[in-house]
Write a protein that binds this ligand. Structure first.
Ligand code: ZN
Length: 436
């Protein structure tokens, strides 16, 4: 079927898609360019793009140079494409507790700290709370944490086993994005019911890690309606060697999504001024807790973001075969059906996430946006149930199908077009309280 014929059959609404598929046309989505970008990101030189190392920073700078080359504009408030922020690591050093005149041994105390030094005494000290017999330690821990103020939690010795588990967990450094808002919680294993007197001294080593998201904008006619395209550029870095290879290249996870964001940026920039404003973001530190997307989510107005496309692992054909992709949280908004309609009549199709048990909707950068009501979904094609390369040193470009990757980027561009043009607006996501 020729291009002309196809155009007549599927109508002007899909002109974008047809143009995107033709080489040499305006806004062409080009496999060679996609290959160049993914190959650079997944090269051994990038050493697996761990956000907590200079390797992650190098990857971010590479994406920024691609955004610049694509002619993207900067986001308001940023002087470049890099959105800088800090992650604070707080490693507990010592905790000394005296309750009612009795000093407790180290194995009966634990602390979650947000500052270098605390010194508390009764009268000047924080909330004291005693876990009741019918309350599990983790329930009590969550309850005191939710007070959002400093606290002391006394745990009866009947819960020693759970206490030791919590103590092991708290002995690892905590990671905090907002140090000023961080609270301190000291946990003591004790059968004291009434606290008449206490002295608590604790110290921690606080260190700062600079992180960056990479952000670019294609301003639309409507500046207060935005469509967000994102993928995480980081991966897990250097791991235990397998056959002499210790670099987890993260070609599929998620250099493929990052290459897609770069190519979509170039594509939509070349298509002229869109109706809605487009935001392109490569997120830091997804692999270590989604810190990049959490930070970025604080710099947008949720009501203005009409949709978020989170692109995760699209370098390998899905179980349903090439030219298919699945969407997480499919029934949480009508984002999925909008994309399905938009690609109807093309060789590509979208369908619901085939792995609902894996809870993937909550396991990537889209979740923090969905929690704010934004129709934010991950698009993936990875056969995650059988993929031997996931988080392994073998996740290299050679294991991917670059033609499939490119056709998936084209399908996302086509799927997004009615949302970008304002013809379609996905329904908002309503999260049940227990999922927040
Ligand atoms: Zn990923």
């Amino acid at each position: 079927m020729g291009v002309r014929m196809k155009r007549l059959m599927i109508g002007a609404g899909l002109l974008v898609a047809v143009l995107a598929g033709c080489s040499g046309q305006k806004g062409e989505i080009d496999q060679d360019r996609v290959t160049r970008v993914i190959t650079a990101l997944a090269s051994d030189d990038m050493r697996g793009r761990d956000s907590f190392t200079p390797d992650g920073m190098r990857a971010a700078e590479f994406v920024a140079s691609e955004f610049e080359d694509a002619g993207l504009e900067r986001m308001d408030g940023l002087d470049g494409y890099l959105q800088r922020f800090s992650l604070w690591s707080v490693a507990p050093e010592s905790v000394r507790v005296t309750l009612n005149g009795v000093a407790y041994p180290a194995e009966q105390v634990a602390a979650s700290l947000g500052t270098e030094v605390i010194h508390w005494t009764l009268g000047a000290g924080p909330l004291v709370t005693v876990a009741g017999e019918d309350e599990s330690l983790f329930q009590a821990f969550r309850r005191v944490r939710s007070e959002e103020s400093d606290g002391i939690l006394i745990v009866p010795t009947a819960q020693t086993e759970m206490f030791q588990r919590l103590r092991g967990y708290l002995s690892r450094p905590g990671r905090i994005t907002d140090l000023a808002a961080a609270t301190n919680l000291v946990v003591v294993l004790s059968d004291v019911v009434e606290v008449r007197d206490f002295t608590i001294d604790a110290t921690a080593v606080v260190s700062e890690t600079p992180l960056v998201n990479v952000v670019g904008v294609v301003p639309g006619r409507r500046t207060d309606e935005q469509v967000l395209f994102g993928a995480h550029y980081d991966h897990i870095g250097i791991v235990a060697p397998v056959d002499g290879d210790s670099i987890a290249n993260g070609a599929n996870d998620d250099a493929s999504g990052t290459a897609a964001v770069v190519e979509l940026a170039r594509h939509f920039r070349a298509m002229g001024t869109p109706e809605r404003t487009l935001l392109f973001v490569a997120f830091a530190a997804e692999e270590s807790g989604g810190f990049g997307s959490s930070h970025f989510a604080e710099s947008i107005v949720p009501d203005q973001v009409v949709a978020m496309f989170n692109i995760e692992m699209i370098g390998k054909p899905a179980v349903e075969g090439p030219n298919t992709a699945w969407i997480t949280g499919f029934d949480r908004s009508d984002f999925g059906p909008i994309l399905q309609n938009a690609v109807e009549g093309t060789e590509y199709s979208f369908y619901p996430d085939p792995y609902p048990d894996q809870n993937l909707f909550f396991r990537s950068d889209n979740a923090v946006f969905a929690q704010k009501g934004i129709p934010a979904h991950s698009i993936s094609t990875t056969p995650i149930d059988v993929d031997q390369d996931y988080h392994a040193v073998t996740d290299e470009v050679g294991t991917l199908d670059l033609e499939h990757l490119t056709s998936t980027i084209r399908a996302i561009a086509t799927g997004a077009s009615p949302i970008i043009s304002g013809d379609a607006t996905p329904t908002r996501i309503v999260m049940e309280a227990e999922q927040r």
